[in-house]
Design a protein around this ligand. Structure first.
Ligand code: AP5
Length: 190
């Protein structure tokens, strides 16, 4: 399986680029943010609990997210590969993920890390917030909190994957098409 971790801070373009990559390489797209927002929309207990954290820009608990990933892996064992978007997001999640993947005789092939300047992230998210309906895009203070949490809890994962020789940094500034071309060039070599 060609399992890729599409990585980067909030607003880096993970969701946008994942859509292009799944088409190009015939992969599945698995976004933990999208899965959690579906739970919220369906009004499940998990969704009610997750919303409290997401609306403030805080992370949902590792246990909840890992269970969601396991059930998606179970349901998609025949997939050619999966793009993981927004997961893993803590070192604990990455460690648990490596263990879980062994059960599926699979591994993370590479981490594609989109590198984008902070001002650009804030601009993109405030812009999307005008009509996305996402509570966490509405206020600059919440966006700043998401970026702060990314820097504290999530960015250490670059070191984690670099230690496994799987980190690929990709310039995430520029047009969607330019960035897609950079990502495709990396994936083609994996
Ligand atoms: P999640 O849904 O993962 O959101 P995020 O990481 O904050 O990322 P975004 O979706 O906001 O940005 P993106 O990088 O996908 O960029 P996008 O392509 O959308 O997580 C939301 C919340 O869920 C978290 O805060 C947490 O609470 C919880 N959660 C999720 N996963 C979790 C986990 N594993 N553990 C714990 N909690 C978890 O683009 C953003 C905007 O920019 C769009 O409007 C787009 O059109 C625009 N854009 C994209 N590319 C460009 C470009 N090149 N130029 C100009 N604009 C662009």
């Amino acid at each position: 399986m060609l399992n890729l971790v599409l990585f980067g801070p909030p607003g880096a373009g993970k969701g946008t680029q994942a859509e292009l990559l799944i088409e190009r390489f015939g992969l599945l797209h698995l976004s933990t943010g999208d899965l959690l927002r579906s739970e919220i929309a369906a009004g499940t207990e998990l969704g009610v609990q997750a919303k409290k954290f997401m609306d403030k820009g805080e992370l949902v608990s590792d246990d909840i997210v890992i269970e969601m990933i396991k059930s998606k892996l179970d349901a998609n064992q025949d997939a050619k590969g999966i793009i993981f978007d927004g997961f893993p997001r803590t070192v604990a999640q990455a460690e648990a993920f490596d263990v879980v993947l062994v059960d599926y005789n699979a591994e993370v092939k590479g981490m594609l890390s989109l590198e984008v300047e902070k001002d650009e992230l804030v601009k993109r998210l405030l812009n999307r917030g005008k009509d996305s309906g996402r509570a966490d895009d509405q206020e600059q203070s919440i966006i700043e909190n998401r970026i702060k949490i990314y820097n504290e809890k999530t960015s250490p994962l670059k070191k984690y994957y670099n230690n496994q020789s799987k980190l690929h940094k990709v310039e995430g500034m520029g047009s969607v098409e330019e960035i897609a071309a950079r990502l495709v060039a990396v994936v083609e070599k994996l």
